[in-house]
Design a protein around this ligand. Structure first.
Ligand code: SF4
Ligand code: SF4
Length: 390
């Protein structure tokens, strides 16, 4: 069985300033992103490109409303719904100290209650892990702040004792993601970010009401993929995002970091993803700008946006991001074509079971069958407005 990751002595914590999205704020190599993206969108609307119309982009604006309003941001720590301070709500109740629930039981019982609350509030997947500080950003990046407006880069510091992580995943709609790249696909990713802001903020507020500290977080503050791996929700993959048994790479991740005594231990799982990626390469072959690697895993990064020192597959996020600007939306072709990005069905369950045996010849056959059966083809985005599927 392959190990999910190996971390070398050269590894250093990642500075969020080098995240490719943050670099648009300070790096001349990527600072034309917004302008190029705007031009691409106007061009699509003028030409009447399917899935890129005014209606489609208006749909996206609506889906993103929660995560882009009241100060909340996908990559912005300690903001809006994901504030590190208790949110001001109208239903705060004073509970006398002697009547407080004493931790609501053992760590296992606490985990069970948090899982139940998180599922109720919208999480499809919930896992727990101790906080491995290697996955915490060394520094935040706050665009637009600072004297020159180019952004501030303060170190990440947590309240004392916050060493437990609740990792949560939200599955994305298969048919909408199958239209990638379009504004319909982008809407589905942004809907999930909005839901994640509400979910992580609400779970954090529940934990605070129980008497503990809670730090809700989307893509800020710490790396979601290794946390999800440590929590047993996912495995790493060639295309970068974590692959889950339930949704493949079609999942968004968020977390709450807390001092609640959850007693989490690392619980990595192996359901055959690494061995499958070793023979597959569909994402690398399908990427329009060659941003994904073929061949074996390495510890070498591609540029400052990929942090070296971990044995894995490294994407070139610079060329990927430039392609997003060229298209005017995020892309998602690699997610669309991935054989783990299946819908529901008995035959998919059989394929997943076969993959756990890690037989190369079976994996090769499954990759071929995925192509023969037409999986991963782009879906006409008009389906959404015509009401067929979705
Ligand atoms: S999102 Fe698109 S451009 Fe980026 S790696 Fe995937 S396929 Fe390539
Ligand atoms: S497309 Fe293939 S190689 Fe790429 S992540 Fe999916 S299974 Fe792995």
């Amino acid at each position: 069985m392959a190990v999910n990751y190996e971390v070398g002595p050269e590894y250093r914590r990642f500075n969020q300033k080098n995240n490719v999205i943050m670099r648009s704020a300070w790096d001349p190599a990527l600072d034309d992103y917004s302008e190029r993206s705007k031009q691409a969108i106007t061009g699509h609307i003028e030409k009447g490109d399917r899935g890129f119309g005014h209606l489609d982009f208006a749909f996206d604006t609506g889906a993103m409303a929660v995560v882009s309003s009241f100060g909340t941001g996908i990559n912005r720590p300690n903001s809006g719904f994901t504030s590190w301070e208790p949110l001001s709500t109208s239903n705060e109740r004073e509970v006398p100290e002697e009547l407080k629930v004493d931790g609501a039981g053992s760590p296992a019982e606490l985990q069970s209650k948090v899982r139940r609350v998180a599922r109720y509030l919208g999480a499809d997947l919930v896992g727990f892990t101790p906080l491995d500080e290697r996955w915490v950003y060394s520094n935040h990046f706050l665009p637009g702040k600072g004297e020159d407006g180019k952004g501030e880069n303060p170190p990440v510091e947590f309240p004392q004792g916050c060493d437990q992580v609740i990792v949560m995943g939200l599955g994305m709609d298969h048919d909408m993601m199958a239209t990638a790249p379009t504004a319909i696909m982008m809407t589905e990713t942004h809907r999930n970010y909005s839901n994640m802001a509400a979910l992580s903020g609400s779970v954090a507020q529940f934990i605070r009401a129980m008497g503990y500290t809670a730090i809700p977080s989307l893509n800020d503050t710490a790396l979601n993929v290794p946390l999800a791996i440590d929590a047993g929700l996912a495995q790493p993959s060639r295309l970068g995002p974590a692959i889950t048994p339930e949704f493949g790479p079609r999942v968004r991740l968020c977390k709450v970091i807390t001092d609640m005594p959850l007693g989490a231990v690392k619980n990595q799982r192996d359901f055959g993803v690494i061995e499958f990626c070793e023979v597959c390469e569909k994402c690398a072959d399908s990427c329009p700008v060659g941003s994904l690697p073929s061949g074996p895993r390495t510890t070498e990064g591609t540029n400052i946006s990929s942090n070296p020192g971990v044995l894995k597959w490294y994407a070139n996020y610079e060329s990927c991001r430039r392609y997003w600007a060229h298209v005017g939306t995020n892309c998602g072709i690699c997610i669309r074509v991935c054989p783990f990005n299946h819908g529901k069905g008995f035959h998919h369950a059989i394929a997943k079971w076969l993959i756990t045996f890690r037989w190369k010849w079976i994996n090769r056959l499954l990759v071929r069958m995925h192509g023969w059966l037409g999986y991963g083809e782009q879906k006409d985005p008009a389906f959404f407005w015509n009401g067929s599927g979705g």
